[in-house]
Design a protein around this ligand. Structure first.
Ligand code: C5P
Length: 328
């Protein structure tokens, strides 16, 4: 029986990101709130081709061999010994290098799709281990729409979702390399420049803010704001434009480059997006505002035999980032 397994792979935002010390493995420990949002890629898998083969197509412009979908499929094969041929399709809408976790979400979705396609569920601990090896942010995308994430990303405590706010994300049209952002942060700390940011919140304070705080008045922050916004003025301009357009709180998500603003609801966020788009609202050239709605749960897997349009839970529009179809 020919069937496809389809899964929306949502973006995430970091509503808080505290970067702690450098670990012996070269990574930093984090304390972060991750929240899945409505912008999503779509991962589709089906059985096809000779054993061991994998054909990846879609609108991606990264080489198929290094794509995280490919790496997830190979990791599943190595773990289970299931080597049937697979054809994968990746429809990308989450901009690459934006701090929105697109590649990590694709990897988690591909892992879940392989389990479903071959009806071979992994033990939760093994699934988490594979995800963690694929990338620091991948474990978050395995279940739940909000989480407190610690360590390198492998310690994930599920949190109750909050849907009492909306976000405007400004996709600035420039990428920030994760390694650069960490280097800048380390350099500033070594030089004694911790920025004018607020005192670092404790784990309990972060949890209390998410569980009880009024949306947009959380007092949450991102340690990358100081080092990255100081070095990339276009991103500081995006943050200032969001605040001027009514954002309650604004800053980077992840290590950038996307800048997010928090609003009380969808209506306020839409009004901000229109204002920024129509009047340009102080955005630098090439920057584009998008409304993101927090998800109440991760999208469910969808089985499809006839290739009718199959909608996941994440509703989204194409964000207009166009890549050439059929490459990768
Ligand atoms: O996760 P990824 O491999 O994209 O990270 C790129 C680089 O960013 C790492 O090689 C490391 O230098 C830095 N990093 C870090 N701590 C983390 C995540 C990334 O220092 N938790």
């Amino acid at each position: 029986m020919q069937r496809r397994v389809i899964l929306e792979a949502p973006a995430k935002v970091n509503l808080h990101l505290r970067v702690d010390g450098l670990r012996p493995d070269g990574y930093h420990d984090l304390l972060s709130i991750f929240c899945a949002v409505s912008l999503a890629d779509t991962v589709t898998l089906r059985r096809s081709g000779p054993p061991g083969s994998l054909r990846l197509r879609g609108n991606v412009d990264v080489p198929a061999a290094s794509n995280l979908v490919t790496r997830a499929v190979e990791a599943f094969r190595a773990e289970t010994g299931i080597r049937d041929g697979v054809a994968a399709e990746l429809r990308k809408r989450i901009p690459v290098g934006s701090g929105l976790g697109g590649g990590s979400s694709d990897a988690a979705a591909a892992l879940r799709c392989m389990e479903a396609l071959f009806e071979a569920p992994l033990a939760p601990a093994r699934r988490l281990e594979l995800a963690s090896r694929l990338g620091s942010d991948v474990p978050f995308f395995l279940e739940g729409a909000a989480a407190l994430v610690e360590g390198r990303g492998e310690r994930v405590q599920r949190l109750g979702p909050r849907t009492d706010f909306a976000l405007v994300a400004v996709l600035p049209g420039v990428a920030v390399a994760t390694a650069d952002a960490y280097r800048w942060l380390d350099a500033d700390r070594a030089a004694g420049r911790r920025g004018a940011g607020p005192r670092a919140l404790t784990r309990d304070e972060v949890l209390a803010a998410w569980e009880c705080g009024v949306a947009g008045h959380w007092g949450l922050s991102n340690d990358f704001d100081g080092p990255v916004l100081a070095r990339v003025p276009a991103l500081a301009a995006c943050r200032d434009a969001l605040l001027a357009a009514g954002a309650l709180e604004a800053g980077l998500t992840g290590s950038g480059s996307t800048v997010i603003g928090v609003f009380a609801g969808r209506v306020e966020a839409e009004a901000c997006r229109r204002a920024l788009r129509d009047r340009r609202g102080g955005l630098p050239p090439g920057a584009r505002p998008v409304v993101l709605i927090p998800l109440a749960s991760l999208p469910a897997i969808c089985y499809n035999r006839s290739m009718r349009i199959c909608q996941g839970e994440a509703t989204h529009g194409d964000n207009g980032y166009s890549h050439q179809e059929g490459r990768g």
